[in-house]
Design a protein around this ligand. Structure first.
Ligand code: 13P
Length: 261
């Protein structure tokens, strides 16, 4: 498979600055640089921890990237509480999560806003990690693929193939997030394949084959292998298991082993 696997940790609203630096130092101390031969490793801490986390990896010369969990689409202005792409870029952010289901459901983030954020990030040279995923009601109604693929189309509206190739899509079924109830590898593969088919329809096979589609939702060292072994699953976006250095390291190690097969 030509695509590099990606293991990205989404810390959500966890870890003070001091805790973040300690956790990253622990990750750095146990990271093996050869994993970077076939796996992209990303840590997405709260915004206030970004610079400190980036500094630890930079000082240790570790091939681990830093990503934000949210961004505003305007370059600057009267948007109290918000953070711009330029601010993220200056402190070393290479990725930014957008459209996470927690932001959509708890903070009202819409498909239109996800699209604006995606375009602003690409403009700034930051790779978006675009989250999509269905609720249990949608799954039970049997309309998962339609729902998720409509989210993909909305997120990428007006974006050309060259730019789209820089993006990562993360399929995160809402019912699997933080619940310990992982989608089976077959369930996750089916939706990730539908996402890639949508990207193929929008951008052609060459671009769609180059784009990473991650799975997220109770991924852990015990289930990562079976998930990343699927044809259309190119890694994971991990919450809980990314909060401990040991399990995060085990996830990267497992992805590396899979990529080497
Ligand atoms: P968990 O791994 O804790 O289920 O969280 C997944 C997630 O939402 C990552 O963005």
């Amino acid at each position: 498979m030509a695509r590099r696997l990606m293991i990205a940790g989404n810390w959500k609203m966890n870890n003070t600055y001091a805790e973040a630096v300690v956790l990253c130092q622990h990750i750095s101390n146990n990271f093996c640089k050869e994993w970077d031969d076939c796996v992209d490793t990303v840590v997405c801490p709260p915004a206030i921890d970004l610079k400190g986390v980036w500094g630890v990896f930079e000082f240790d010369n570790m091939p681990i990237s830093v990503g934000a969990q949210n961004v505003h689409w305007e370059p600057s202005g009267a948007f109290t509480g918000e953070i711009s792409t330029g601010m993220l870029k200056e402190i070393g952010c290479q990725y930014c999560i957008i459209g996470h289901s927690e932001r959509r459901t708890l903070f009202g983030e819409t498909n239109e806003q996800v699209n604006l954020k995606l375009k602003a990030l690409l403009e700034a040279g930051i790779a978006p990690i675009v989250c999509v995923g269905e609720s249990l009601e949608v799954r039970d109604a049997g309309t998962t693929d339609e729902f998720v693929c409509a989210q993909v189309r909305a997120a990428f509206a007006g974006v050309d193939a060259g730019k789209a190739k820089q993006c990562v899509v993360a399929y995160e079924p809402i019912w699997a997030i933080g619940t310990g109830r992982t989608a089976t590898p077959e369930q996750a593969q089916e939706v990730c394949a539908a996402i890639r088919a949508t990207l193929t329809d929008m951008y052609g096979a060459e671009a769609a084959e180059a784009m990473r589609v991650l799975y997220g939702g109770s991924m852990n060292p015990g289930n990562v292998e079976a998930l990343v072994a699927q044809d259309d699953i190119d890694g994971g976006l991990i919450g809980g298991a990314a909060l401990k250095a040991e399990s995060f390291i085990d996830l990267v190690k497992a992805a590396y082993a899979q990529a080497r097969k």
